[in-house]
Ligand binder design. Structure first.
Ligand SMILES: C[S@@+](CC[C@H](N)C(=O)[O-])C[C@H]1O[C@@H](n2cnc3c(N)ncnc32)[C@H](O)[C@@H]1O
Length: 391
């Protein structure tokens, strides 16, 4: 994470940033700085030798150069010599290409159909890595969606695919996006090539029975799911999950699949497992419940100072995950509260969110482009009740 340590007292640093709407937590400050890609949470922390400014971890940004220039500007405002720094002061924010989407940009852009325009087929890849297979998928009249969580991979794919047929590069965990962002029966083909096998924690694997159930709804009747792995146990799990689904039937394995990881594993002499499944009996179509951009929850009767004084991390188990408020911050000028929360949802994705309470309303403060899917909306309702009791 980009950071800088300044030879400046912590209290003095906070005072210098007073007019910037700083939030105060237990022994730390937090500033929500506005950038083109979203809101950048910058932590201000006391250090023996001075004050540290650091981009908050757990947040995802396409263009870290934006974070560099934001932190650099804040450091200049505070003043004092830099003792240690990872910042590139020359970093200049780049405009986001229109083919790049976060879940928020996906919904704002009208979802799959809005972003791709009229296309004959939709083909999707989860975890495209260096993007070479994704690039080969792109063709006139076909819409291609690539999903990744790695900023490096996303940058490379955006460069590779620039100016080519209709495509969207979506920054989101693939399992989550399939479930929440794709309409029913919208994919003609889905490729998942060499996904992480998580040998020590197989529960983190993407291909699980719940994911296959979601795919049965999202892949078109007759649509194909193509998989490849070098990991024998994951191959067995993939086969079991699809074979035990009443919707999918095994098809001829795919022919040549060229990816960086295929070359890597072949060079090591490993066996490659390739398989394909067709959605022959999809479940009845259901209405598509899209995440919302905001979810205002009315929460009255909070005393921010009292809440901060007694604040302890709080959370609860959800159906297949958990929700936790990790930290709380107060803005004394505004009388508002900011909560750093984590939601582990049933799609095994861990999401960090900032929730702002201001003027009796608790709502999402989008940072890297997140939305409010139904599990988060439910967690926010429950959190609201807890706040009313506690605050
Ligand atoms: C082993 S690499 C394979 C890359 C590429 N498919 C290939 O064969 O060269 C796995 C890729 O999946 C991405 N990935 C991991 N978890 C993901 C998730 N939940 N959603 C989307 N991509 C993910 C990683 O960032 C990484 O690029």
């Amino acid at each position: 994470m980009p950071h800088i340590t300044l030879e400046k007292g912590f209290k003095e640093a906070l005072e210098k940033l007073q007019d910037r709407g700083i939030f105060l937590g237990r022994g730390e400050g937090l500033l929500l700085a506005q950038g083109e890609a979203g809101t950048y949470p910058i932590l201000i922390l006391p250090r023996r030798e001075g004050t540290l400014l650091r981009l908050d971890k757990g947040t995802h940004f396409l263009d870290l150069s934006q974070a560099h220039s934001i932190i650099h500007r804040l450091a200049q405002e505070i003043g004092g010599e830099a003792i240690q720094s990872t910042l590139d002061p020359q970093a200049r924010p780049r405009p986001l290409p229109p083919s790049f989407a976060t879940p928020r940009r996906w919904i704002q852009g009208g979802g799959l159909a809005g972003l791709l325009g009229p296309v004959e087929r939709v083909e999707v890849e989860i975890g495209f890595g260096n993007g070479e297979f994704l690039e080969r998928l792109v063709a006139p009249g076909k819409g291609v969606v690539g999903m990744e969580i790695s900023n490096w991979a996303i940058k490379r794919a955006l460069n590779r695919l620039q100016g080519k047929g209709p495509h969207v590069i979506l920054k989101s965990p693939g399992g989550w996006a399939v479930k929440w962002l794709f309409p029913p029966r919208s994919m003609d083909a889905l490729y998942i090539l060499f996904p992480f096998p998580w040998p020590k924690r197989p529960s983190r694997r993407l291909i699980q029975p719940a994911f296959v159930r979601a795919l049965a709804e999202k892949v078109k009747p007759g649509g194909r799911v193509v998989l490849a792995t070098d990991h024998q146990d994951y191959a067995r799990q993939m086969e079991e999950c699809f074979s035990s689904s009443p919707h999918f039937h095994q098809d001829e394995p795919p022919g040549e699949i060229h990816t960086k990881y295929l070359r890597k594993w072949l060079a090591q002499g490993l066996s490659i497992y390739r398989m394909a499944f067709v959605n022959r009996r999809p479940p009845p179509e259901r209405a598509h419940e899209m995440p919302s951009l905001q979810h205002p929850v009315e929460v009255e009767g909070i005393d921010p100072i009292r809440l901060m004084e007694g604040f302890q991390p709080w959370g609860f188990s959800t159906e297949e995950g958990f929700f936790k408020i990790e930290r709380a911050y107060v803005n004394l000028q505004e009388g508002s509260l900011l909560f750093r929360t984590t939601l582990q949802d049933p799609d095994l994705a861990l999401h960090h969110q900032f929730l702002l309470w201001k003027d009796g309303i608790l709502d999402l403060m989008p940072t890297w482009g997140e939305t409010v899917p139904p599990p988060l909306a439910r967690a926010m309702e429950k959190m609201g009740q807890w706040l009313e009791k506690t605050g």
